[in-house]
Design a protein around this ligand. Sequence first.
Ligand code: FMN
Length: 309
Amino acid sequence: MTSSANKGAVLSAPLQGFTTRVWRAAHASVFGGVQVYYAPFMRVEHGAIREKYITEVQREGDVPNLVPQVLAGTPIEMRLMVTTLRDMGHRRIDINLGCPHPPVALKGRGSGLLARPLELENMLHALAAIDDVTYSVKMRLGWDDETQWRRVLPMLQLINPVSVVVHPRIGRDQYKGVLRINQFESLLSEATCPVVFNGDITSQQQAHDIMARYPELAGVMVGRAMVSWPHRFAPESLELRQAYCDFHRLLLEGYAQRLQGGPHQLLTCMKAQWALLLPDADRRARKAIAKARDMGQYEQAVTALLSSL
Ligand SMILES: Cc1cc2nc3c(=O)[nH]c(=O)nc-3n(C[C@H](O)[C@H](O)[C@H](O)COP(=O)(O)O)c2cc1C
């Protein structure tokens, strides 16, 4: 697997509902240009891991450079997920310390853990005791205070992370507002492990500019823009219409195979992809996709949109 600590690496961020197994395969086949794909988090519900989370990160048939992610609120949950993933053959696992969703964070999960250092420390001890895995961490600066990272960062040495991806906002910011760059720079100067920047990157040029501005970075991670305009991060220039036709067909075929709920479920899933995909494409065609009542109407609307590219 390519290490995320490679200089200049562009990593694909985890986006629950978007960067699925189906998306990763389609993306890698049509666009590429990504050194590591982070899978959206898995979690424990009522003491167990739902089958859908396991299927999503089975290694067979997925991209080889995949890192699964866990979102946990207790050492027991951490242990269950990490040992399960390890037994599936994963050797590198990402710890989610960034999720800003209040129902998650207020229960001491995701970015909520950044405000609960004692609980976090217990979890890190539990992780450090598991053999045969290495960790990375994906974090924000804090939950409700942009300096909370100061207590957390030294603690992360307990698990000796391969890299720490930092989204320079706090949980309370959700995904909006100006990035807190001053705090990010302080964090970067104090970090003893490789740091990856994540936040609001919308082009390859921007990715290069950030890496030029902070040469000590191990790479950048791109989330929403990678889902919205994947061609922008492709290593070579592509014939846009053909690339998006191929990509869409792979998504459609992949989800048709993956989902068990028939055409209605497929339609709902495909429409949801367009919440982020090509947001500046022809407005009328996008509206027609949102309004499609069956797969026939949907495919017609997509054809119209793609031919307008
Ligand atoms: C719909 C959505 C789902 C997300 N799911 C996850 C997730 O499962 N795990 C995670 O660590 N971050 C998740 N994130 C955060 C992204 O990985 C990323 O950190 C964030 O979007 C900022 O990067 P960007 O500005 O490049 O999009 C999610 C973000 C969005 C918008």
